[in-house]
Write a protein that binds this ligand. Sequence first.
Ligand SMILES: Cc1cc2nc3c(=O)[nH]c(=O)nc-3n(C[C@H](O)[C@H](O)[C@H](O)COP(=O)(O)OP(=O)(O)OC[C@H]3O[C@@H](n4cnc5c(N)ncnc54)[C@H](O)[C@@H]3O)c2cc1C
Length: 433
Amino acid sequence: MSTLHRRPRRIVVAGGGVAGLILATRLGRTLGATGRAEITLVDRSPTHIWKPMLHTIAAGTWNIHQQQVQYLTHARAHDFSYVPGELDGIDRAARRIHLAPVRLEGETVAGARELSYDALVLALGSSANDFGTPGVDEHCHRIDSQGQADAFNSRLRAHVARSFVNGNSIDVAIVGGGATGVELATEMSRMVELAGGYGTQTGIRQRLRLTLLEGAPRILNAFPEAVSTSAAAQLRALGIDVRTGVRVVAADPEGFVLDGGERIEAALKVWAAGIRAASGIADCGLGLNPLGQVIATPSLLASGEDCIFAIGDCASLLPPGAPRPLPSTAQVANQQALHLARHLPAWLSGEPLPPFNFRDLGSLVSLSDYNAFGTLGRFGFFPDGFVKGRFAQWSHALLYRSHQLSLHGPGRTALLWLAEWLNGLVNPKIRIS
Ligand SMILES: Cc1cc2nc3c(=O)[nH]c(=O)nc-3n(C[C@H](O)[C@H](O)[C@H](O)COP(=O)(O)OP(=O)(O)OC[C@H]3O[C@@H](n4cnc5c(N)ncnc54)[C@H](O)[C@@H]3O)c2cc1C
């Protein structure tokens, strides 16, 4: 670490999601603006979107373009650099990362490149995990990125249009009764309900046949039981077929096959179960768990490393004395980014890094405009209490709003909210074309 004091400091943040973009923005404002370090953010996508809202983009109930942050302009405003590219390797000895060529519309716009670092922060996120289930890659949608959410939305709109014209049913099955699957199911229900209000054909809402398949005995298995029970009751009230304790063994063009041979017919299929770390770090020699996540120490350094950090979903951190690693949530990603943003400047000057302490502020699941359920953690006004209804919906919405505040500051955030509100007054509530 002694060399860090002499050389110019180059901090590379790989992945500009919930954790990475907050970190690059904060470090840009502190170290970048004062010339104490060069901060570089690498992401394979040109725009950032807050991942917990991807299901609303998939369902078409939120405008993707209004919520995107362009890395290039954001970086310029916050004194860091943005480099487009996909990390596909790390030379730990030489302290360099490798970036794959960038291709746009079939054309190579940048070749393979390397970037040197003094400190590397891996914030590459995660994706759903099909555990090799046959047919999933070929026949299922996933909702892990903007591109995937948008692709699903195109298909959904085509099915809704067909149902308007021909009166066909809209058959959808989602595998995974975690927050992603549950939130997507309710958001789709809401989309079709709103679509019914625009069409001349009545009854489209009744033609939506939505099945949610979950392997565990209850949906939202990571949440307290009261949240699962209330959410399942709400989904069933919306006409969603909630099947728990079922194992999907294959997917094909017509639907899913369950263990035991039963078939779930669905033209639109989504795989939203399981988790595995994003690609790019598998063969770098870092200590990984079976899900491909980097094993992190309490200081957020990758295990055995002295200048590679891992935060958010791509990391697995078992706090001392805890029974299991921290969950892969936006809350953990955000707090880890803030922790590094606070302590990296002193670490660069040779100070030790204090351990990261997770403050559990609870967990909430939003069931579109219908309801929200959750707990508010061990802190605040309702320690460990169950919350629902408008208060829970408001608390859930606040998560995204505080993310925007962190990125843009109060002035710009207020303008963004105003623009969103005005847009809501003049545009349809859903994407129908
Ligand atoms: C539909 C949905 C709903 C969710 N709802 C909630 C919720 O209500 N509450 C909650 O706490 N959590 C929720 N989550 C989980 C939450 O989104 C994640 O825990 C959080 O986004 C993790 O943040 P991250 O920064 O680690 O990764 P991400 O936000 O996923 O960001 C990773 C970034 O890395 C980039 N990247 C990936 N691989 C590479 C590579 N090789 N090279 C370069 N760039 C790369 C990606 O483009 C992306 O920008 C939800 C997730 C989904 C999909």
